[in-house]
Write a protein that binds this ligand. Sequence first.
Ligand SMILES: [Zn+2]
Length: 407
Amino acid sequence: MNKLAKRIFDSDPYLAELDAVVESCTSIKEGHAVILDKTIFFPRGGGQNCDGGTIADIEVLDCYEENGEVLHILPQPLEVGQAVHLAINFDNRLDHMQHHLAQHILSALMTQMYKNDTQSAHMEEGYGHIEIERPLSPMELVELEQAANGIIARDLPVKTAYYTPEEALKIAVRGKITPHDMIRLVEIEGFDINACGGSHCRTTGGIDKIIICGTKEVRGLFRIYFKSGKAAREEEMLRTARLIAAQHALGVEMTETLADTAKNTVDLLRAAEARALSAQAHLEEADLERFHLACEEVNGVPFLSRIITDHYNAKHFKAIGDKLVKAHKAVVLFALVGEGETSLILMRPKGGKTPDLGAVLKDLLAKFEGKGGGSPVMAQGQLNTSAPEAIAAIEEAFAALKNELQA
Ligand SMILES: [Zn+2]
């Protein structure tokens, strides 16, 4: 049989079951690749996933095209000449077809209405996305959604046919045509013609509904998320609940002021974040000066050991320690006592064999449970206790390190 005529899904995308005969079965890395005399399994490609389902009650693992043949990948082999029953997962097929045809309509409308051509399209289970050249405004997206649902309401027939490349060139086709022996054109009657190998509903009414449900700027393109069919109905049902939840979260009375309030809130948060960063930098500078002044001279080396009980974060003390070590070649020992835990930050300049700060931390971790580690010059960890005996052990370890420096 001619390879194109074997593709029953091309002419009848609504056929969910079929009897066929195994033409060949080859063992490959992923399993067994089966070619049938005819098939209803749509192979993955063109942004559309392959169909799931069974052949002779065996789950199809994957389905793709190679040299114009559809390969069905099974976990076990079939015999050549064997008669088999095929069944696809029709709910998924319908979801694919609805989202895929919705993409044709949205892409055609964006070209027609905004001269904004589709750069790529992708379908997932229950939603799809299209990437276009330039952003569309929220009102343009609403206009687009309404126009798309207008095309659905007109229930326009969707026709597919194969053409030679010469024939296809004479037809006004939207978008590029990838060179092939035979070109499959999909026509939404009186609305759009596009070259496509995918599966589509028989009429635009089969999509039921299109909802635009999100946007994102990505790689210099503008991505539009959309849902169709059952997924669009669910989205529609949940939309009001989501709006009201957002309205509660932002303390807004009417949803009409939601966007402005959300924008103001984000602006305020960003400003507060910038102020916090600047305050943090000032605090770090002040603490650096304070702790530098507090360093003792031990055998010609600036030495600082502190048990800190007020709440600063470890990142702050690590940054100060780094600067004291780098700028003043200081030995810095911090213990930050929290509730039921104590963080340790031990640092000294590189060079010389002692003191081994990693070994000191390891000793404390052996006595009290916790985690952490490090090298002779830099060790950081956390004990799972803030009990007085742990603090006493830390003070003792810090004093021993000072003695070691003095020796
Ligand atoms: Zn298509």
